[in-house]
Design a protein around this ligand. Sequence first.
Ligand code: OAD
Length: 245
Amino acid sequence: MEKNAYKLAAKLIKGAKNIIVFTGAGISAESGIPTFRGKDGLWNKYNPQELATYEAFIKNPKLVWEWYDFRRQLIKKASPNKAHIILAKWEEFLPITIITQNVDELHQRAGSKNIIELHGNIWTLKCINENCGYKEKNYEAPLKELPPICPKCHDLLRPGVVWFGEPLPQEALSKAFSLAKKADLCIVIGTSGVVYPAAHIPFVVKENNGKVIEINLEPTPISQIADISFFEKASLALEKINEYI
Ligand code: OAD
């Protein structure tokens, strides 16, 4: 990538008044957490319909929990990488909000504060009985008991993530889209841009005359509207841009 592109990206970042950073599984790939799509993607090996739907959970809660427990163990052992860390550092002096599709909390662990989680959080456990409403943060990995049981009503606890066919958390969604409307810059990092409504966010920024910078190993549907694209690892691109910040 041309040196000038990093310089230009840094100039856009320093000049912006409202920046959103829209992240996906690719930003955590360098922390050793597998992405969903692509060559080594989880959805190449596993069927999402059997693991990431409410119906699958009701059919076989133990199997679904084993899969989430496995991912929780992997994430617990992982650490935020340079990409997460640079974003956290920028937030100290730049007007940044991170809108993430990731459920791993690596942005939080890197020190970012302004974070909107669109697809929930793998460390949240919640009761499937909506009348009960029990919810907890639980960082135990592996969990002692699979599937975990609600201490309040003894129904099943489920992971607090969004499954296929489920709506996104209303508050996070409306905050994300109202920020997208007023953002003058969107930095898109490590998402294939195919899961909606999340993938619509950069398009909303663009429609409202904001700029779009994309960082991904390869082109995505978002590349068509990107003002600058970096087709390389997130940590590498951010480190290079950071030299001019
Ligand atoms: P995907 O797995 O669909 O896409 C990951 C993207 O990251 C791909 O486009 C890769 O090219 C890119 N990538 C991989 N390594 C990278 C690196 N080191 N630096 C930069 N880019 C890299 O993940 P998401 O787009 O996040 O939904 O997937 C969206 C949603 O689909 C997820 O939130 C999840 C999944 O099903 C739910 O769980 C609801």
